[in-house]
Write a protein that binds this ligand. Sequence first.
Ligand code: PLP
Length: 350
Amino acid sequence: MYPRLIVDKEKYRHNLQKLKDLCDPAGLSFMAVTKVFRAAEPLVEIINEEAPGFIADSRVENLQKMQTDLPKVLLRLPSVHAADAVVEAADISLNSEVETIHRLDAAAEKLGITHGVILMVDIGDLREGVYYQEDVPSLAKEIDAMQHIRFEGIGTNLTCYGGVLPTRETLGRLDRIKDDIETTLGRKLAVVSGGNSSHLHLLMQERSIGSFDNLRIGEALALGRETAYGEILTGFHDDVFVLEADVIEIKDKPSLPEGKIGMDAFGRKPKFIDKGIMRRAILGIGEQDVVPGDLQPIDDLDLLGSSSDHLIADVSRMKNLRVGSVVSFKPTYGGLLSLMTSDYVVKAYV
Ligand SMILES: Cc1ncc(COP(=O)(O)O)c(C=O)c1O
């Protein structure tokens, strides 16, 4: 059945091993982040076999279904309304609100367990985290005093909302905060967790990244890309995930629609370039599954547009294409997220 997403488990394993090779010499552990593929079981199994330090996801539902002995980390700040579910599903969560941590403490007490907390510090990207540096040591003290919370350490996230790059200067801010907290608590922090795949560019160039001892990595493992500059990482596979869609119509038609132009299926006013008569194919996939801008064709075709259930392509250069032929694409991060979320896309693990 098409459309289908081919998932190459051994290529994913290879990327995990390459990341280990990068992180080990720099003294870094990493969290394998599973959210882009919704913690799909076949890839969680590969993570279990390769055994990085932690497994992490932003959704409680994904952590709940995961079968693993690795410490499970919730990446998105917990909702106060989900404190019970969070401490049950995750060993550790990233946090920035002391009120929420008190709720986690109470929830952990009910279960008779301790829950690990990493305090997120915002060093400029303006997504999650405590922003004012002077607030952090007293907050750390308050968290450390909670009976059913293990204060694991601090973390930060960059290149997400603000696109701020992890430079030595920016990361230096976290070093100072770490030193202040360690002085206040009188002990070393167990975890200093840097951000995401955007840190790998710096790591590859300089072989180390400040005082971090951990990274949280999703995209580099799934797509073989770092996210500071969007470069493919040397030696990583960028085709762990390949989308296949089949041709459900193929005909010669003009490139300009005929008649007065109103709105398309999504209320947008479409624009067209007149290229004369072209060989046009309709593929059996649409915006309910993925938007065309999130697909990079592997075959020699150009995507023209889409509606909810149809993707239209100029296939003039593909002379042998027929009804039922299959064409392939590499998805972007956003594309992969929506393809994995669509029930209409078959997932084929090879
Ligand atoms: C807090 C946090 N850390 C790390 C990651 C992983 O980011 P990336 O996929 O760019 O490696 C994410 C996103 O999934 C996240 O939300």
